[in-house]
Ligand binder design. Structure first.
Ligand code: GLY
Length: 380
């Protein structure tokens, strides 16, 4: 599917294949892959113009670099700039984007390029899934969270009144370009929130990676570019393996939801107004999942404590009380968990752990244990 790992624009690039047969693709991870994006994208452009979609913040920082690279590779294109923010990932946002795409005159062989974080990636992926019954798209994730999670694996969609990501489609990209250098333009808090999803891969099934993060995570978050490439590529390899085993989340892919049952409830209660970012909610949610595992005598206390210690060491929140200005209510959080899309046959699905690197999926959680863990978290 592509060249092996190597140098590109003077920087090392790791290539992670996602093995999905005819829907397979490569994830290229490295500093300055954005500058080489034109040549990487050209084979998928079918000799036609591409349409790059980004939000207004990303446009200021990165659109010129991408446009110049496409131009240098002889790939012509247009850009659609959407408003920044989660509200763009909605029926209104989708309809506005589709109108623009049809004004431009897209056709079956048009290639869309999603340049942005999770909101743009999910929205553009969904537009690509439904426009003309499906066109190709490329992901160019610009946040750590999108590079290690949302841009890989083909989950696309929008939020609706009833909840986040409840309308969408599985539609795999043709290529993912993760430029580690452009993470420098991310606000620190947003970068750190993405780091929670990095820790998640260690906690799910890769204890050696968790130990690597304990050693190198603090330098990686401070900006070491080689450590960032190594960590991001490792997360992508984990995600690629899980997605290749279970593309449509019939089983093992649900492990990627570690921390998310609690996390989504916390995010919903906080009101998506910036007081609690998704990755921060996942950090607190993972701590609660490990606390529940410990309470159920599944996980040694020292592993639960080690997770908390590492999240704290890099500066992530670990308790609802770390989020300022939100009034938490235990019954409300438990009710919110019940309306999460991870409910199956009326039962809540949890990702619990027998230890760091040994997570599993279960619906077998006593209500009293859940209530006690939520009460304990709110009191801590
Ligand atoms: N973000 C979880 C997944 O892609 O399955």
């Amino acid at each position: 599917m592509s060249d092996a790992d190597g140098m590109e624009n003077g920087s090392e690039v790791e290539v992670v294949p996602v093995s999905l047969g005819t829907r397979g693709y490569d994830i290229r991870v490295g500093a300055r892959v954005l500058a080489g994006a034109g040549e990487a994208i050209k084979p998928f452009a079918n000799g036609r113009r591409v349409v790059v979609v980004c939000d207004e913040n990303v446009a200021d920082f990165h659109l010129d670099t991408l446009a110049a690279s496409l131009g240098a590779a002889g790939v012509g294109g247009e850009a659609v700039v959407m408003p920044a923010g989660e509200s763009t990932k909605s029926f209104n946002g989708l309809s506005g984007l589709l109108d623009r795409l049809f004004e431009i005159g897209i056709e079956r062989r048009t290639l869309l390029v999603a340049l942005g974080g999770g909101v743009i990636g999910d929205l553009v992926g969904f537009a690509a899934a439904v426009a003309l019954r499906g066109i190709d798209f490329v992901q160019v994730p610009t946040t750590l969270l999108a590079q290690v999670d949302s841009s890989v694996g083909g989950k696309t969609g929008i939020n609706v009144e009833a909840g986040k990501n409840l309308v969408g489609a599985f539609h795999q990209p043709r290529l993912v370009l993760a430029d580690t250098e452009i993470l420098e333009s991310l606000p620190w808090r947003e970068f750190l929130a993405g780091y929670a999803e990095v820790v998640k891969y260690g906690a799910i099934d890769d204890r050696p990676f968790f130990e690597w993060l304990e050693e190198h995570g603090p330098a990686m978050v401070k900006g070491d570019i080689d450590l960032r490439r190594e960590a991001i590529a490792r997360c992508c390899r984990s995600k690629a393996r899980i997605v290749a085993d279970d593309e449509r989340e019939g089983g093992v892919r649900a492990l990627l939801n570690l921390g998310h049952t609690f996390g989504h409830a916390l995010e919903g209660a906080a009101g998506y107004d910036g007081r609690l970012l998704h990755g921060e909610a996942v950090a607190i949610g993972m701590v609660m999942a490990f606390a529940l595992s410990r309470r159920m005598d599944l996980c040694p206390g020292q592993d639960a404590e080690r997770l908390v210690a590492h999240l704290k060491a890099v500066g992530l929140p670990t308790r609802p009380g770390d989020v300022s200005g939100v009034h938490w209510d235990a019954a409300d959080l438990i009710r919110r968990m019940g309306s999460d899309k991870k409910v199956k046959d009326g039962m809540l699905t949890f990702i619990l752990a027998r230890g760091i690197g040994d997570s599993f999926i279960t619906q077998d959680v006593p209500a009293e244990a859940l209530e006690a863990v939520v009460a304990e978290a709110l009191a801590s």
